[in-house]
Design a protein around this ligand. Structure first.
Ligand code: NAX
Length: 328
């Protein structure tokens, strides 16, 4: 029997956390032979609800779930953890400016970065989902002086999966036959879903869809998909977000498929001319727990200008929280 993997989920009593915990515990993230220990972290006001999540997990009698820790203490929540899934964040309240939301959440992710640094496994992998996810990941990484920036990522996999879903629908194909889509930039309205290199059943996607459809319909729909879901459901995406968390960590830990890549927001190393020091979504391949940014893709003028727009937004977000970046 393999040694259990310790997985921390913050905000585990929230919508995404609730949809996620059971899937991690049932083996979907790390495979059917990998036991897990769940460490579920919440704020004190949500502990009663978190207890309910713990009871339901117990009632599932999941063979791979070796232990459940429920806590509001980050030093217990992150203790020796191998994977920290940072989902808990403050929602935007009525009348709150975007800048205030960034600042409020920045404090949470600075504290969690420090706690992960002090308590987690030295080899921990961190995924930030709580918004603004890319900038929160930058803050967490910058507050973890003993850990490498490569250990911190933010989630653009939901946007990636949404792009595949839209393409499958439009071209009447199977999602399994769609390869090499990717999201560039920030998890926000400035993100750039790119299908220039995409193959559908081995054929270039642009043989099957027009550039006008991509520019006028697909890209804006992906950018606004979160709002579309809220309008329809009265609640934000939860099951699909949890599904993207499973995909992101699964591929990071176990590797991406041959001849394909996925979208992950990672610390920019200057690839494709993107400024260093922002967490930016790139196409990546993963192997044995490490990711590599895919190099050498051609970017036409339109793509370059869209990358610049998203980079500019990330630089603006960074300027707002600059004082919370002790690493520089
Ligand atoms: P909910 O409000 O349902 O749940 C958030 C939970 O986090 C609550 O239970 C709250 O008590 C807890 N929490 C707040 N501060 C905490 C802290 N300091 N430590 C531990 N727990 C804390 O939100 P939910 O729908 O689950 O969404 C969570 C976050 O994901 C939001 O910031 C949301 O904007 C973001 N999203 C990010 C996505 C992405 O693709 N990157 C997509 C989905 C989602 O919108």
């Amino acid at each position: 029997m393999k040694k259990p993997v310790k997985v921390t989920i913050t905000g585990a009593a929230g919508h995404i956390g609730y949809a996620l915990a059971f899937r991690v515990a049932s083996g979907e993230m790390f495979g059917p032979d990998q036991p897990v220990i769940l460490r579920l972290l919440e704020i004190p006001q949500a502990l009663s609800s978190l207890n309910g999540v713990g009871m339901e997990l117990e009632d599932c009698a999941l063979p791979l779930l070796h232990d459940i820790v429920l806590t509001d203490d980050p030093s217990i929540g992150f203790r020796e953890t191998d994977y920290a899934l940072l989902i808990g964040a403050k929602p935007r309240s009525k009348g709150m400016e975007r800048k205030d939301l960034i600042l409020e959440n920045a404090k949470i992710f600075a504290a969690q970065g420090r706690s992960i640094n002090d308590n987690a496994s030295g080899d921990v992998r961190v995924l930030v989902v709580g918004n603004p996810a890319n900038t929160n990941a930058l803050i967490a990484a910058s507050n973890a002086p003993d850990l490498a920036n490569r250990q911190f990522t933010a989630m653009t996999r939901l946007d990636h999966n949404r792009t595949m879903g839209q393409l499958a629908n439009k071209t009447n194909s199977l999602v399994a036959d769609i390869k090499r889509v990717n999201i560039w930039g920030n998890h926000s309205m400035t993100q750039y879903p790119d299908i220039s290199n995409c193959l559908i059943d081995g054929k270039p996607a642009y043989d099957l869809v027009t550039r006008d459809w991509v520019i006028d319909h697909m890209i804006p729909r992906i950018q606004r998909r979160g709002a579309e879901i809220i309008e329809a459901r009265g609640l934000s995406s939860a099951a699909s977000a949890a599904d993207a968390v499973v995909d992101h960590v699964h591929d990071w830990a176990l590797g991406t498929s041959e001849n394909d890549w996925v979208s992950m927001s990672v610390m920019s190393d200057g690839s494709y001319g993107v400024s260093e020091g922002v967490v930016f979504s790139f196409p990546v391949t993963c192997k044995e727990g490490e990711y590599e940014i895919v190099q050498g893709l051609d970017l036409d003028e339109l793509s370059q200008s869209r990358l610049k727009t998203s980079e500019k937004e990330l630089l603006e977000e960074r300027a707002i929280i600059q004082e919370l970046l002790p690493k520089g």
